[in-house]
Design a protein around this ligand. Structure first.
Ligand code: ADP
Ligand code: MG
Length: 258
């Protein structure tokens, strides 16, 4: 145990989700230790986004449960039964789970600063001056303090994604989810975003990163999970899964992306 008790242990227990008759997730179970970095790999359509979305109840599993620390995601336990949370309580739970999207999803009508302080003010988590102070610290940490008053469309894709990461951190989540954070970027902008994510990994937050950046995964991931057709095919340390994959589907996938 480190000096601080780490928060953000994710427990995914037998989660299934179907669209029509097709499984997007099939009996997925995974323990993600607090403070660890997990990279999820897999071909398009393998269920990676669906899995991330279940972690903050953007999707409701048909079966199975997800816990982050003591909280059931999307549910509360009462008299030994689970009851789905009301929308406002789902939103409160999401404070603990930051989400970084493939396409950045900054609010186009808000400046960089306004994008970052929007959630803290909406949740009445801090005063406006505290929120601004915190936003400046976050922008400094992603190297964009000088863009504080810029509009999203004035920024490169890499800069927009770094602002989106700062925004995701504004409520001090225990967990941050990244869904292919660099796949919408021009190749020369990928590095600046990966290095921000790599720096975050040292803060001890739990991070789940869907990415095809194998070099990044080798350097940063504690665990790597390979999915195909809604199932976890193989998981282990980065060294095991990336350098010594045992499953033929993992081997075939890696031979294509590396
Ligand atoms: P990945 O992120 O690995 O590319 P997804 O989680 O987006 O995969 O999708 C997994 C499967 O679920 C795919 O077959 C996809 O077409 C299907 N799917 C995802 N979202 C929906 C939806 N809202 N409605 C119907 N099918 C969906
Ligand atoms: Mg996806």
């Amino acid at each position: 145990m480190s000096r601080h008790q780490k928060l953000g242990h994710i427990s995914i227990q037998d989660v299934s989700k179907k669209y029509g008759s097709d499984y997007a997730l099939k009996e997925v179970s995974l323990e993600i230790p607090a403070g660890s970095v997990t990279v999820i790999l897999g071909p398009s359509g393998s269920g990676k986004t669906t899995l991330l979305r279940t972690l903050n109840h953007l999707e409701r599993p048909d079966k199975g449960v997800i816990k982050i620390d003591d909280a059931f995601i999307g549910y509360r336990l009462k008299n030994n039964a689970l009851y789905e949370l009301k929308d406002k309580d789902v939103l409160l739970q999401r404070i603990h789970v930051g989400y970084v999207f493939q396409n950045f999803n900054l609010f186009p009508h808000l400046t960089v600063l306004q994008n970052i302080i929007e959630a803290p003010l909406a949740h009445k988590k801090m005063s406006k001056s505290e929120a601004i102070k915190k936003a400046k610290v976050l922008l400094e940490s992603v190297g964009l303090l000088e863009k504080i008053d810029a509009w999203p469309q004035q920024l490169s894709g890499g800069q927009q994604q770094r602002v989106a990461i700062a925004r995701a951190l504004a409520l001090d989540p225990k967990v941050i989810l990244f869904d292919e954070p660099t796949s919408a970027l021009d190749p020369e902008l990928v590095g600046e975003v990966l290095s921000v994510i790599q720096k975050l990994a040292q803060l001890g937050k739990t991070m789940v990163v869907v990415t095809h950046e194998i070099g990044f995964a080798k350097e940063v991931a504690d665990h790597v999970v390979f999915m195909d057709k809604g199932e976890i095919i193989e998981s282990g340390t980065a060294e095991q899964v990336l350098n010594h994959p045992t499953h033929v589907r993992t081997q075939s996938f890696l031979s294509k992306v590396i």
